[in-house]
Design a protein around this ligand. Structure first.
Ligand code: 5GP
Ligand code: MG
Length: 246
C-alpha cells in the first residue's frame, strides 16, 4: 500500500469509530452518566473495593427470619478472643489459675479462650439459672456448685454477658466467701447502659448497645447457642430492649 492510501484507510477507520461512538451516545447512557447520586456511588465503590466486608454482616439465609442482623461477625470474635487471652495470660503469668465459668452461655467463648492459654490452669463451672422465664436475676438458682477448692488461688470468673450485673454480683459474693487470693472477671459482652449493680469486669470482649443478642453461646429459650456469630434477635421472636431473661 502506498502512503496516500494508508492515510485514506486511517481516515476511514477514524470516521467509522467516531460514527459508532456518536450513535452509541444517543441510544445508551455514556460512561459519564450514573443513575445514582455521587454520595451513593462512593459507598458502592467502597463496598466493591473490599467485597468481604458486607458478607460478614450478612445474616445467613437460614436465620434471616429470626435475626435482624449480625452484630459481631465470627472473625472479629476470634481476633478479640485471641487478644483477651494474651492479656489474661500476661496478667496471670506464673500463677496457678482456676477458671470458673458460668453455665451455659459461656460454652463457646470459654472453649475458644482457654485453647490460647499455655499457663497451667484448672477449670470448673457454676450453674446459674432463673427459676422461670419471667423471674428477675434477684431470684437466681444455683444449678451447679463449684467443686474445686479456690482458697488462696487466682480465679478468673468467665461469663457470657454483663447486663444489669445482678448475676455476677451474686456469684462474686459466693465466690469471695471461699477466700480465693484474687478474682478477676472476664465477659464476652457487656451492656453498660443496663447496669444496676456496682459490678465491673476486668476483661471485656465487646461493649454492645442495649439489644437482645443471641449466638456464640447466648440463647433465647435455649436456642441459638451454636451460632458462630453474635446476632440481634428480631423483636417479634422475643428480642428487643430491656429484657429480663436469662
Ligand atoms: P445480669 O444479671 O447481668 O442482668 O444478666 C446476665 C445474664 O442475663 C447473662 O448471663 C445472660 O444469661 C442474660 N442476658 C442478658 N442480656 C442478654 C442478651 O442480650 N442476650 C441473651 N441471650 N442473654 C442475656
Ligand atoms: Mg449467663
Amino acid at each position: 500500500m502506498e502512503k496516500p492510501d494508508q492515510f485514506r484507510e486511517l481516515f476511514r477507520m477514524q470516521k467509522a469509530l467516531n460514527e459508532r461512538s456518536r450513535t452509541r451516545n444517543t441510544s445508551e447512557p455514556s460512561r459519564d452518566f450514573h443513575p445514582m447520586p455521587p454520595a451513593k456511588r462512593t459507598i458502592r465503590k467502597r463496598a466493591t473495593r473490599s467485597p468481604r466486608r458486607p458478607l460478614l454482616w450478612l445474616v445467613p439465609a437460614r436465620w434471616r427470619n429470626e435475626l435482624s442482623r449480625v452484630l459481631i461477625p465470627q472473625p472479629r470474635i476470634a481476633a478479640r478472643v485471641r487478644q483477651l487471652a494474651r492479656q489474661i495470660e500476661s496478667d496471670f503469668a506464673g500463677r496457678d489459675l482456676v477458671i470458673v465459668s458460668l453455665l451455659n452461655g459461656t460454652v463457646l467463648f470459654l472453649a475458644d479462650l482457654i485453647r490460647h492459654f499455655s499457663l497451667p490452669l484448672r477449670l470448673d463451672f457454676i450453674g446459674v439459672s432463673s427459676y422461670a422465664a419471667r423471674t428477675t436475676s434477684d431470684e437466681l438458682v444455683f444449678t451447679k456448685e463449684l467443686r474445686l477448692d479456690v482458697r488462696g488461688r487466682d480465679v478468673l470468673l468467665v461469663d457470657d454477658i454483663l447486663d444489669t450485673g445482678r448475676t455476677l454480683k451474686r456469684v462474686l459474693e459466693k465466690l469471695r466467701r471461699l477466700r480465693p487470693r484474687r478474682v478477676k472477671v472476664c465477659v464476652l459482652l457487656e451492656k453498660r447502659a443496663r447496669r444496676v449493680e456496682k459490678v465491673r469486669a476486668d476483661y471485656v470482649g465487646f461493649a454492645i448497645p442495649d439489644l437482645f443478642v443471641v449466638g456464640y453461646g447466648l440463647d433465647f429459650a435455649e436456642r441459638y447457642r451454636n451460632l458462630p456469630f453474635v446476632g440481634v434477635l428480631r423483636p417479634q421472636r422475643g428480642g428487643g430492649r430491656n429484657r429480663d431473661v436469662r
